[in-house]
Every structure is written in C-alpha cells, then in structure tokens.
Design a protein around this ligand. Structure first.
Ligand SMILES: [Zn+2]
Length: 212
C-alpha cells in the first residue's frame, strides 16, 4: 500500500515520499514514488516538443503518481505568458492521465484558477505545495477543491482553516525532517505529530490513488 508521509521533496533518496523530479532527472527506483514536471523557474522559453514528449512519457510511468511540480511564479522564472502555456500543458496532461497536479504558486492563484476554468479542467485535483499564503488565500484554494501542502514555513491561520481531509505536509528543500514539520503543524492544531502524519498520509493516499 502506498504510504506517502512527505508529499513533496526534491531529495532523490527519500523514502515514503513523493519525490519531485524533472523529466530528465527521472530514473525510477524500486519502492519509490514520483511526481514529474517542469519547474516554472527553469528557462521555459527553450523547451522543445521533445521535452514535452519526454514529460508525457515519464508522467505515464506507474511510479509517477502526480504531474508537477509545475505552476506559476510572479517573482521568479520565465515570462508569465510562457509559464502559463507550460502550466496549461501540464494540466491537460494530468487530465488525460487522471493524475493530480503538484502546483508551485507564487502570487498567481487567480491566474491558475482562471486557466483551470478556461480549460474546463476544474475536476483535475490540485495540491498547492509549499503553501505559505494567508487564511484568505487558503480559502480561495479550498473553495476550488484543492489540497494544501505545508512545509517548514507556513501561516498558522491558514493551517487552522484547512479541513483535516485537505491537509498535506512536505519537506521540499528545507533542512527539517518530515517528523519535525509534522510537529510544527501539530502545535497549531493542538494534536500530536503522529496524528498529523497519519492524517496527511491518508490524504496523500486518497489524492494519489483515487483517480485510477
Ligand atoms: Zn519543490
């Protein structure tokens, strides 16, 4: 049974995690699970159709449970129009493969939600990774059915407002362990780190496997 404690990391040797890699990095190891995508910080202008073909080929792999990390970042990376085009292609691919999308979003929530509506792909589940937004931003995503993945830096009011069944946790590139992140979230929710881990692992399993 899939047991994902850490919803998003870039460390290739992490167990019980969804390891986020680029198509070129993807080299599946036994017992590990991945999300594959082209990060919005990369030089997206240089992407070719071959790059998208490789993305699709990786995303179809049975150990790849989600598409991403993809998304939009208004503070960093390529021109936002190019980011939008590349994100849209990831979203369409996820819809086609019935897999959720791991989203990187910096001050672009409205744009991402608009793309989703325009593409008529609101049924594709989104997991907003590295969620640092406030309560209002959290509500915006939650109303659209998204999951929120919190790492070592988060807004406590946003965590409090996130229903138990939409909560995920991650290490991303932080130096903390997933147990330490769970303890930080547990402090906010007045429960134990073990309870947070059990809850978020169940959520990850539902999100990553219910599409089959
Ligand atoms: Zn990341």
């Amino acid at each position: 049974m899939i047991n994902i404690l850490d919803f998003h990391t870039h460390r290739l040797d992490t167990v019980q995690a969804l390891i986020s890699v680029s198509p070129k990095e993807f080299s599946p190891q036994p017992g590990r699970y991945y999300s594959v995508g082209i990060h919005p910080w990369l030089p997206l202008e240089t992407l070719s159709e071959d790059d998208f073909a490789l993305l699709e080929q990786c995303a179809r792999h049975p150990q790849v449970l989600a598409v991403g990390e993809t998304g939009m970042d208004s503070l960093r990376g390529s021109d936002l129009n190019v980011q939008e085009t590349v994100f849209t292609r990831h979203l369409r691919l996820a819809a086609q493969l019935h897999k959720p999308v791991v989203v990187h979003c910096v001050r672009t929530a409205q744009q991402i939600l608009a793309i989703r509506r325009r593409e008529r792909l609101t049924a594709v589940p989104l997991a907003i990774h590295g969620m640092r937004g406030n309560e209002r931003v959290a509500r915006t995503w939650l109303e659209e059915g998204s999951y929120l993945s919190y790492g070592a830096r988060f807004n406590p009011a946003a965590v409090e407002t996130t229903p138990g069944d939409r909560l995920l946790i991650e290490t991303d590139e932080a130096h903390q362990t997933i147990q330490e992140v769970a303890a930080m979230i547990a402090d906010v929710l007045n429960c134990s780190a073990d309870e947070v881990m059990a809850l978020t692992a169940a959520n990850a399993r539902r999100l990553l496997t219910s599409q089959d």
